[in-house]
Design a protein around this ligand. Structure first.
Ligand code: CMX
Length: 447
């Protein structure tokens, strides 16, 4: 059965379940927020609905209830390859069912048919100033594609609310089909000759990125692309990029508006840019020690110095995770297999040995373990992608998979406009039973 039919069946089932829950128990309190949480970005407050993935603080990310290792093992793979088709991942995250090989290939083939980027987008990218950050280029390129939105065409022609998800799915497949081509065009324009290549129909979606940046010959890099995009695909919808997309889309802004906005959030140093910062920080260590690996003692002193200068250790800590990120572990294992002798990889391993204990000693960070960004740049760097300001674009390509799937589901479940209420400090005080007089407190008083 074709993808949209399988999805339709699933949507019908889940929609009925959600409607039933609201009908029988609509007033049940499912989450509460303390004043501290309210003032701390709502950390730990269950506020958003997504069945696509879930981050367990102590067990890490799960896609549709399966651990990363299970997903890596169960999804169909290209012949003689270690890591799965992204098309299979897409079908799985959309429907919740592990796809058969032909179902994975169905998505791969849809993507191949829709991969080409219109000329005007390429011309726009080429016209941008050379010092433009590649994330700005990605966000702009996605926005420039907005005129192609099938959702907007449908909406303007009276598309029924119940069918919004269908047009959203079409936009999602269109955009994700183009994502590797967009990223590669940005890479080639910004760092290379500006040549814009066409996809190789014999390669899968992930490996095509390697081909498009002229690295199709590198089978290890093809494998890294498959792993990288799969690991970056989704992480619940509470993170800045996914949440931004869902928020924007809740106004019935289409997939392009929503995903362009999401990429702007992903570009932040506390979110996706941490992979760039992490690599930059590791290279800074190598440079500081004259290109040689430091001893563990020297490295510990360097880490403390970074903290003492009021900086964060990029790639460490997490708003939710309280264990080593399984996505870090999967990439670290890739490094152990393919680049164990690389000094930068060794350094990343030494940092992993030291940072969690140092952050514990420092006593500020609630999560002290490495997240996905602590290692991803090191692997890219080893494979020849030395332009580290590009790494967040790669994160973005992967993340578009999960984000677009969440948008399809949000429309399928008819989730309404997101509109929490903001309240004044005065109102906050009143909720504390009006018992606190804060009028005399000054700037030096710790609340
Ligand atoms: N190094 C040093 N200090 C850190 C730290 C780190 N890696 N992680 C957290 N802290 C500090 C925070 O800056 C904060 O300090 P202040 O109280 O002075 O502001 C304190 O510890 C408490 O923070 P927290 O509650 O543990 O963490 P948050 O939920 O606020 O933030 C995160 C989470 C990821 C932004 C933070 O751990 C961080 O800045 N890490 C480094 C950047 C990074 O790796 N980001 C990528 C995250 C994954 C992703 O989204 O891509």
């Amino acid at each position: 059965m074709e993808l949209s039919k399988r999805l339709e069946e699933k949507i019908r089932e889940v929609y009925e379940q959600v409607r039933y829950l609201v009908a029988v128990s609509g007033e049940t309190i499912i989450s509460q927020v303390s004043l501290r949480q309210f003032l701390s970005g709502n950390r730990g407050v269950d506020l958003l609905l997504s069945d696509v993935s879930y981050v367990d603080p102590f067990d890490g990310l799960h896609y549709r209830g399966l651990s990363i290792n299970q997903v890596l093992n169960l999804l169909p793979k290209p012949v003689d390859c270690v890591f799965p088709y992204a098309g299979g991942l897409y079908a799985f995250l959309l429907t919740g069912e592990i796809p058969a090989l032909d179902e994975a290939l169905e998505v791969e083939n849809i993507w191949k048919d829709r991969a080409a980027i219109p000329d005007y987008v390429i011309r726009m990218l080429k016209a941008m100033p050379p010092d433009t950050h590649p994330m700005t280029m990605l966000s702009q390129a996605i926005l420039a594609l907005q005129s192609q939105s099938k959702f907007v065409q449908g909406y303007n022609n009276g598309l029924q609310k119940e069918d919004h998800w269908r047009a959203t799915l079409e936009d999602s497949l269109d955009l994700t089909a183009k994502a590797p081509s967009l990223a590669a065009a940005i890479y080639n324009i910004k760092y290379g000759s500006g040549e814009v290549r066409e996809i190789d129909p014999n390669l899968d979606w992930s490996a095509n990125f390697a081909h498009l940046i002229n690295k199709g010959w590198d089978l290890h890099y093809q494998e890294l692309c498959r792993l990288f995009f799969l690991l970056h695909a989704d992480q619940g919808t509470g993170n800045v990029s996914a949440h931004t997309a869902c928020l924007v889309n809740s106004a019935l802004s289409d997939v392009y508006y929503s995903c362009s906005a999401a990429m702007n959030g992903l570009a932040g140093p506390l979110h996706g840019r941490a992979n760039q910062d992490s690599l930059e920080w590791l290279l800074g260590i190598m440079e500081f020690f004259g290109g040689k690996l430091p001893t563990l003692e020297q490295l510990a002193a360097y880490i403390w110095d970074t903290l003492d200068r009021g900086k964060v250790i990029p790639g460490y800590g997490h708003a939710v995770l309280r264990c080593p990120d399984p996505r870090f572990v999967a990439q670290f294992e890739f490094g152990e297999k393919y680049m164990a002798d690389d000094d930068l990889f060794k350094l990343a391993g030494m940092v992993y040995q030291l940072v969690p204990d140092i952050l514990k000693k420092q006593g500020k960070a609630k999560g002290v373990w490495p997240n996905i960004d602590a290692i991803s740049g090191t692997l890219q760097y080893h494979c020849g992608l030395k332009e580290f300001d590009f790494y967040t674009v790669l994160f973005g390509v992967g993340r578009l998979l999960g984000i677009t799937i969440n948008l399809v589901w949000n429309r399928a479940l008819l989730l309404p406009l997101e509109r929490p209420q903001s309240i004044t400090i005065e109102m906050v005080r009143d909720r504390l039973h009006g018992t606190m007089d804060i009028s005399g407190l000054g700037a030096d008083t710790y609340l």
